[in-house]
Design a protein. Structure first.
Ligand code: NAD
Length: 359
């Protein structure tokens, strides 16, 4: 990232020292643009663990806010706490990174954005999966136009362990897979299809191991100009379908797994002479038979260089007014409105038309 040498190192306090708080502190301890001021967690055992690891532990959330050396608060607490803590922190003069999902409703998000505008403090969300290589490759394929007009994209993550038994299973804490993996995959899809609006959504939620919140879902986003994107998250799948699939009028692209390159098959000759039919019990099919190798061109895109720590670098530059923040308020609101439409669609059992300008 450009201009790193111009960044004034920022001091960051991490609120919540659980799984993700642990990730942030580890990163901040070796960051080139920020340093760890300390942590605050309501649980004594988490505070004790941090102290054991040599991390400074604040006495309270208020003590963090009162520390004039702290520039940024990173909120790594359960989802229902993001909005009140972010607003309080900005009012106290701190910049705020909220973990994803930014919050649980567009009304709450408006309060956070208003606080940022009112106080002039930076407010953003850790959409770290914008640095995932699978996403970056799909973004490249779409933007290149190499598949011709794209009409279908599928993005999936499927596990087999249900959802964790902690706050993620409870509605009041913002549990469920739409607010967990969904927010990442929707954000990615809107990053890939950068040039079209979403007109309609249809969503069906699963309740296989959890009845209170969704433990998986199938969400279809109907973009303008006839592009449909399927986003699917499952937690009871023992064989996983591919991570990403994209298809257009001239070719298809596939990423099978987290660590795979992107495979592309494009048509180079529509004039097929010798189609070998597939024999099925019901008869022969040429329509669905594989293409012969003479008519297609295979290529691949390798996983690009990507450094998720560019997120903090961007935040620090943006605080100093030297860069635009990468994860913007408008993007956060667009994803939030789509998640709200997905919940409504599941409730109604039918597609929901989106007429919001932002989507
Ligand atoms: P966790 O349960 O492991 O940790 C949450 C911590 O917050 C706990 O230690 C808990 O004691 C603490 N806490 C709860 N209430 C608090 C309060 N009022 N004040 C201070 N501390 C409090 O959860 P997690 O997996 O770390 O998730 C935290 C956040 O990070 C969630 O919003 C989650 O969605 C997000 N997350 C993001 C990613 C990502 O890839 N960006 C991955 C995992 C989690």
């Amino acid at each position: 990232m450009e201009k790193i040498d111009q960044i004034q190192k920022k001091r960051v306090a991490v609120i919540g020292y659980g799984g993700m708080g642990g990730w942030h502190t580890k990163y901040l301890l070796k960051s080139d643009v920020a340093e760890l001021a300390g942590i605050w967690d309501i649980k004594e055992d988490r505070r004790a663990l941090a102290a054991e690891r040599g991390i400074f532990v604040y006495d309270s959330f208020d003590a963090v806010l009162a520390d004039p050396t702290v520039d940024i608060l990173t909120l790594a607490v359960p989802n229902e706490l993001h909005m009140p803590m972010a607003v309080t922190a900005m009012e106290a003069g701190k910049n705020v990174i909220s973990e994803k999902p930014v919050t649980m409703s567009s009304d709450d998000l408006s309060k956070m954005i208003d606080a940022s505008v009112r106080t002039g403090k930076l407010f953003t969300t850790h959409q770290n999966r914008r640095w995932d290589c699978d996403y970056l490759m799909m973004k490249q394929v779409y933007a290149s136009g190499m598949l011709g007009e794209v009409f279908g994209i599928e993005s999936r993550v499927q596990g087999s362990r249900g959802i964790p038994g902690d706050w993620r299973g409870k509605k009041e804490h913002g549990g469920g897979m739409i607010l967990d993996w969904g927010v990442h995959l929707i954000d990615q899809m809107l990053g890939i299809v950068y040039d079209r609006k979403v007109e309609k959504v249809y969503c069906r939620c699963d309740h296989i191991t959890n009845y209170e919140v969704d433990d998986g879902f199938k969400l279809d986003l109907y973009f303008e100009k006839d592009l449909t994107a399927r986003i699917e998250v499952g937690t009871s799948h023992f064989i996983s379908l591919p991570r990403y699939y994209m298809t257009g009028e001239n070719g298809s692209a596939l990423i099978r797994d987290w660590t795979d390159d992107c495979r592309i098959v494009a048509c180079k000759n529509w004039d097929e002479k010798n189609v070998v039919p597939v024999v099925t019990a019901a008869g022969l099919t040429k329509t669905m038979a594989p293409r012969d190798q003479e008519t297609i061109a295979e290529s691949s895109i390798s996983r690009p260089e990507s450094d998720v720590h560019d997120f903090y670098r961007n935040v620090c530059l943006a605080i100093d007014g030297k860069a635009e923040q990468i994860v913007t308020h408008a993007q956060l609101m667009r994803v939030m409105k789509i998640m709200e439409a997905a919940f409504r669609s599941d409730e109604l059992g039918m597609p929901v038309v989106i007429d919001d300008e932002i989507c």
